[in-house]
Ligand binder design. Structure first.
Ligand SMILES: [Fe+2]
Length: 146
């Protein structure tokens, strides 16, 4: 069973970013599954590397869009991304040390915080600002708003 499923209430109404968030949920679920399986520690770390690599996309897309629309809380939002990157680095270290149960519970907590606190609140604030101010940035991400 998946750790957590995508829900449309998480949508930020920007197609590119929603697509990346969905992919991240899938990857985090795979990571959680891997911590429970009989795979080797190297294999587990490989899944984890994939997650870390992928998180760069939604963070970068958010930050690019915020700069383009001159989002007033850009610096604050970027600081939250930095904090999440640090938590992921910590998780990677636990993974390398073979602490599966710690990785499992930290992944669960991270995913909850990230979906419920970050995506469903902070990322959605970007989409709302964009709509409220009818900003038309040059980015293809913003053009694909639905
Ligand atoms: Fe964000």
């Amino acid at each position: 069973m998946a750790l957590m499923a995508w829900d449309d209430s998480y949508s930020v109404n920007v197609r590119e970013i929603d697509g990346q968030h969905r992919m991240l949920v899938t990857l985090m679920n795979q990571l959680h599954e891997a911590t429970k399986s009989g795979c080797s520690n190297d294999e587990l770390c490989e899944v984890f590397e994939e997650v870390i690599e992928y998180t760069k996309f939604p963070f970068a897309a958010d930050e690019r869009l915020m700069r383009e629309i001159r989002f007033p809380e850009y610096l604050l939002h970027r600081a939250v991304h930095e904090d999440m990157k640090a938590r992921l680095a910590d998780l990677r270290e636990q993974c390398e040390n073979g602490r599966r149960s710690a990785v499992r519970s930290m992944t669960l907590q991270f995913l909850r915080d990230w979906l419920i606190s970050h995506i469903a609140v902070e990322d959605q604030a970007i989409g709302r600002y964009l709509n409220a101010h009818a900003v038309v940035p040059d980015s293809p991400a913003a053009v694909s708003i639905h």
